[in-house]
Structures are given as C-alpha cells and as structure tokens.
Design a protein around this ligand. Structure first.
Ligand SMILES: Nc1ncnc2c1ncn2[C@@H]1O[C@H](COP(=O)(O)OP(=O)(O)OP(=O)(O)O)[C@@H](O)[C@H]1O
Ligand SMILES: O=C(O)[C@@H](O)C(=O)CO
Length: 411
C-alpha cells in the first residue's frame, strides 16, 4: 500500500480518496475504528481513514488520529498523509497542529509540508496567504462558519498557535524553480512545518515530486493529485440501486446554500429542518421529516436542508443546535435506508456526513464515479446489510446543480 491517510472529516476522506483514485490509485475509505474484512483491503494502493475529529477536543482528535495511523501503517502503508480542510478549518485551540505533531513523532520524521491549496476548488496559497476564489480566507464566507469561523488568512498564523514546532514558509518563486530546488529548500529549512505556496495544479505536482522522500505529507486533497501514480484503475463499480433518492444538507456553506437555492428553483420538493423543534425533540422532528419524504419518493428527489440563508444559522455557542440538526438528519437517513425505501443519498457537509455515516453503521466506502473535484459517489454496506450509494459533499464543493445532476452518474 502506497498511502495511508487520516482525514479529519468524512467528506474530506472521500475528497482525498476520489483524488487518489483519479490518479489511478485504487483507494477506499475506512470509517473510524470500525473493523474491516482485511480481504477488502487486498490490492488497494491507498486507504483513507475517515474521522470526525475536526472539532473534537484535542486529546480525542490526537488519540483517534494515532489509532488510525497505526491501522494504516499496520496494513503496510509506506507513506502517511494527514488530510485537513483546504480552508484549514480549525481554531487556535484546534487539532491540526497536535495531530501533525503526533504523526511526526509516530513516524520519527522531523518535518512535513503544509499544503491546503486546491486550485480546482478555488483555494490557493500565495505569499503564505490562503485565498478562496481570489479572496482572503478571512474575507470569504468561511468567516461565518458555524463551528470554525476563519478570521485570519496566513496559514503560518493559523498553524503556529496549535504547535510548539517552527512553522516556515516557502514562496511560489522557489516552487516555480522546480522540484530539485524545492526539495533543497524543504531539506534546508528548520525542522517543523513548511507552508508551501501553490496556485496551480502544476505547482502541486512540483511539490508532490519534491516531497517524494518525505514519509509524512499533509494538506488538503489536491496535493495527492500530484503524487506519481503508476496505476490506471478506475472507479469501483456501484451496485444496482433501484430505490428512492434523497438529499440532506446540514451545511451552511456558500456552495450548499447555492445548491439548495438551485434545487428550489428546479422545482424539487424541499423542506427545511425546524431547528427549534429539532432541539426540543430531535427524534420527533426526524420522524416528521421521514413522513414528508415518504410522500414523495421514489418519484422525485426530496431535499431536506437546514440553512437556506446565513440568517438561518442559529447562534450556537454550546453546539446544541448543531448536534440536534446532525441527529435529525442522521436519524432520517438511517430510518429510510433501514427500511429499504431510500438507497441513494447525497449528504452536504462534513460534520453532517459523519453523523449520517455513523448512524448507518457503515465500515468502508468503495469509491465510485467522480461528480466534481473532490466529490464522488461511494458504495457502502450498512450495519444491517443494505447496499447504499452515498455522496458525501464538502460544504463548499460541487456545481450549483449537484442535487439534480448527481444521479445521472449512476445510470
Ligand atoms: N440552523 C443551524 N443553526 C446552527 N447550526 C446548524 C444549523 N444547521 C446546521 N447546523 C450545523 O452546522 C454544522 C455544519 O457543518 P458541516 O460540516 O456539516 O457543513 P460544512 O462545514 O458546510 O461542510 P464542510 O465541513 O464539508 O465544509 C453541522 O454541525 C450542522 O448540524
Ligand atoms: O479540503 C476540503 O476543502 C474538504 O475536503 C473538506 O475537508 C471540507 O470539509
């Protein structure tokens, strides 16, 4: 196995796995500590362990990441990849630094690159500053993220409070000199973390080539697109899925809000989660939503969402609303998949996807056709043996019409 990766949320895990698969590497996602039949790992070039650790308490995130790393190394991975968000979602007390520190120690290495850039999704790093579609991260919609509001843009300033290790920057000019010059800069820098500028996919290919000797990589998923692959393997075949279809969106991100608006405009049946009702009695709200969905499937694709506009986000310092919405959407999907009424689900949002996949009791995701950079279908078997197709969509990924167009890839 070439790559063993640990991703801090579930959409990030499928983002990395589909990116590796597009390079011709056979990749799959393993869910947290769930046992897997090791025969299913035979012939895989890469395994990504999906964690729900982005906003977990630091000790929990580090412990879960260590267990995941031990697992992939035990499965024979030559190299490790710590995957975080391309918008570096974290807080000053956050988990990226501690997880990287622990991974460096586990692998006995003194440095790694830090490369959140994902040009195909508009995230670039130049002069050490993270830009989202050309706008500073702190001026982008990420400023209003319900769990990890991003109010600074310099990657070094975001990482430094999370680690005692030095954080240095390698400018674009060095990357553009090519892999040999960049490798010399990486090896000559202080030990610790090296934030490397990258604006284009070519820059990422140079960084991947210059980092070939590093046993630990870190970044968003796009750095993986530069990994030298000799594979040529396509997407895993999806099982026949004749049942109902459903979209659940717990994400408040700009792209998801656009996709919700597009679904409304396209005439899909849509219904908003009642957050107050969800907090009061999440199971009753889930049951009410399930009854509404049942009245519509399998003819059409119902869309259950929680945020159409930013003013729908409830001030939530204790995470009560977030947990309630996650529970409602997870129970809704588990109920309808459990009865066999629904077998294809598009889930928008990383935390939301984590809650849904946990509720389904899925152990492994086989990576199917790609729908957009970082967005793909995956096939899974639930704890009670149902076959299901899932799209775990990062909040800010995918074209506006994703909720109407995603199904075509399964025809
Ligand atoms: N109306 C609301 N008020 C407060 N919190 C909400 C509301 N609706 C949803 N949430 C919570 O906001 C969080 C959104 O996070 P999630 O990771 O699912 O989406 P995202 O951040 O857009 O996606 P990604 O992490 O992939 O970028 C979830 O915990 C969800 O339950
Ligand atoms: O890297 C990204 O932007 C995504 O995979 C993600 O992690 C969003 O949750």
């Amino acid at each position: 196995m070439h790559i063993g990766a640990v991703a801090d949320d579930f959409t990030g895990a499928t983002d990395l796995a589909t990116t590796l698969q597009a390079r011709g590497l056979r990749a799959a996602v393993v869910i947290e500590d769930r046992p897997v039949d090791e025969r299913a790992l035979d012939g895989l070039d890469a395994v990504v362990v999906a964690l729900k650790s982005r906003t977990a308490p630091v000790e929990e995130a580090v412990a879960a990441s260590q267990r995941a790393l031990d697992r992939v190394l035990g499965w024979g991975a030559d190299r490790a990849y710590v995957k975080y968000c391309s918008t570096f979602d974290s807080t000053d007390a956050g988990n990226i630094g501690p997880v990287l520190d622990a991974a460096r120690e586990r692998l006995g290495v003194d440095r790694t690159v830090v490369v959140p850039s994902f040009p195909a999704n508009g995230r670039t790093v130049e002069d050490g500053l993270l830009l989202v579609h050309g706008e500073l991260l702190e001026d982008s919609p990420m400023r209003h993220h319900p769990l990890t509001p991003m109010t600074r843009s310099r990657v070094r300033d975001l990482l430094a409070p999370q680690t005692a290790q030095p954080v240095s920057e390698i400018p674009l000019a060095v990357v553009r000199e090519g892999a040999d010059a960049l490798r010399a800069a990486i090896d000559g820098a202080d030990p610790g973390y090296l934030v490397v500028d990258a604006v284009t996919d070519d820059d990422l290919r140079v960084i991947a080539a210059a980092s070939e000797h590093l046993r630990l990589l870190s970044g968003g998923a796009a750095l993986a697109a530069g990994i030298d692959a000799t594979g040529g393997h396509g997407a895993a075949p999806m099982p026949p899925l004749p049942g109902g279809r459903l979209v659940v969106a717990g994400s408040a991100s700009a792209a998801t809000r656009g996709q919700v608006a597009d679904a409304i405009a396209a005439g899909l049946p849509t219904r908003q989660v009642d957050v107050a009702a969800a907090i009061a009695d999440p199971d009753a709200e889930a049951d009410a939503l399930a009854a509404w969905v049942r009245g519509r499937i399998p003819r059409v694709v119902p869309v259950v969402y929680s945020v159409a506009q930013l003013s729908d986000v409830r001030p939530d310092p204790d995470g009560v609303a977030a947990a309630a919405v996650e529970r409602v959407l997870a129970r809704l999907v588990a109920e309808l998949v459990g009865t066999g009424e629904v077998d294809r689900v598009v889930v928008a949002g990383g935390e939301t996807s984590g809650a849904v996949v946990q509720a389904l009791g899925v152990g492994m995701l086989r990576i199917g056709p790609q729908l957009a950079p970082g967005v793909c279908w995956s096939a899974a078997t639930t704890a009670d043996g149902r076959e299901v197709g899932l799209v775990l969509k990062s909040g800010n990924f995918g074209a506006p019409d994703l909720f109407t167009s995603a199904w075509e890839a399964l025809r």
